[in-house]
Structures are given as structure tokens and as C-alpha cells.
Design a binder for this molecule. Structure first.
Ligand SMILES: [Zn+2]
Length: 212
């Protein structure tokens, strides 16, 4: 199987590019989780938000390789970090519904898989079968201001009625302003779920404004 993949596209470390590996031994320590609480610019309304990694060079490279080039093999190397964030809020993950953030249908079609669901499965966790979906098209959040992100997503999600009465842990790959999680929490609560928190693979640190 590995050989077959190699024929299609030569395998290289998704972080540093060294050959014949998904993520090389030198880069793996960069994916070692350190779960921290994340303060959102728009709070979730009570429940905690945690993330396992900083969204910087290595993690950004890994996610870009997965999302832009379909490198599911590389994505799996980050699965233990997400599992660690999930367990920080849900020591028994089977007691909660793990609800992934819906990606725009367009993006999912292009890469052919849901990155968050894939991360959960590779970490030995089970994503909720019915969770959240988008009820209208939304613009790509990248490049939008915090306020534009909020407006872009307001009322955009709908949660499955099957979440009613269940404890829900929201799961995402990268948390930036938190507007996605806020809309997800709203939709889940509207469906009668109890949102216990949000676990993310990585959190984006605001860049210092250049004084150049
Ligand atoms: Zn490497």
C-alpha cells in the first residue's frame, strides 16, 4: 500500500520535506501535545476551550499538506495530540458526543475527507455520526476579520435532532477567533444538546503587528 501511494506522489515529511516518511522522527516531537486553555475573543458562553498545539510553522505545514494535497497519512501523526485535548475535557470520551465542525461542502469535496473526523478516528475516538451541518454557503473564513467571521457564520449551522439531551464536545482542527465554535455551540444548544466544551488540535496565536 505504501508503495502504491509512493507511485502516485513521492512520500515526504509533511513538515520538513525529508523523503520516504509521513512525518520524520526529527519533526514528530513538534507534534507533542501540551494542552492549554484558550481564551476566545468571543467567549463560548461558559464551557472551556482547549488546544493541544500552537498553530505555527510545523503544524500549519502539516494541515496544509493534509487539506491541500490530501496527505491523510501526515494528518494521522497529529491524531494523538487531538485525542489528548479531547481527553482533557472528557476523560471518558464515550460519555460525550464528539461533534466535528462542518467544513464547507466545497472544501470537503475537493479533499475528499473531513480532516477533523479523520483525526478523531486515527486517535482511536469516534466522531458523532449525526452532528452539525451548514445550512447555507459560507465564505472561507481565512482572511476575514473577527467581526466578518462572526457575520459570515451567524445562523449558518444546524445541529441534528439526535443530539437532543446529549452532552456534546465540539471538536475542531484550528481555533482562531472562535467564531466557528460559537456558532456551533449556538446550533447544538438550539437542538437541545448540552455543550461541555471544545477541544481543538491547535490554536492560532495572534501575530504581533509589524512596526516596520
Ligand atoms: Zn520532518
Amino acid at each position: 500500500m505504501r508503495e502504491a501511494v509512493g507511485l502516485v506522489a513521492p512520500l515526504c515529511c509533511a513538515i520538513c520535506g525529508s523523503p520516504d516518511t509521513s512525518v520524520c522522527a526529527r519533526c514528530r516531537p513538534l507534534l507533542r501535545p501540551r494542552v492549554v486553555g484558550v481564551e476566545l475573543s468571543v467567549p463560548l458562553g461558559g464551557p472551556p476551550v482547549v488546544a493541544a498545539l500552537v498553530y505555527a510553522g510545523p503544524v500549519a505545514s502539516l494541515l496544509a499538506a493534509a487539506k491541500e494535497h490530501g496527505r491523510v497519512d501526515a494528518l494521522r501523526a497529529a491524531a494523538p495530540a487531538l485525542a489528548c485535548a479531547v481527553r482533557a475535557l472528557a476523560p471518558d470520551p464515550s460519555a460525550v458526543r464528539l461533534v466535528a465542525m462542518p467544513s464547507a461542502a466545497r472544501a470537503r469535496r475537493r479533499r475528499g475527507f473531513g480532516a477533523v473526523e479523520e483525526l478523531l478516528r486515527a486517535g482511536g475516538l469516534r466522531p458523532a455520526r449525526s452532528g452539525l451541518s451548514l445550512r447555507r454557503d459560507v465564505d472561507d473564513q481565512a482572511g476575514l476579520s473577527a467581526e466578518a467571521r462572526r457575520l459570515n457564520l451567524e445562523g449558518a449551522m444546524v445541529a441534528s435532532a439526535r443530539l437532543r439531551g446529549h452532552r456534546v464536545l465540539l471538536v475542531d482542527d484550528v481555533v482562531t477567533t472562535g467564531s466557528t465554535l460559537v456558532e456551533a455551540a449556538r446550533a447544538a444548544r438550539a437542538a437541545g444538546a448540552l455543550v461541555v466544551g471544545a477541544a481543538c488540535l491547535a490554536y492560532a496565536v495572534k501575530r504581533r503587528v509589524s512596526t516596520r
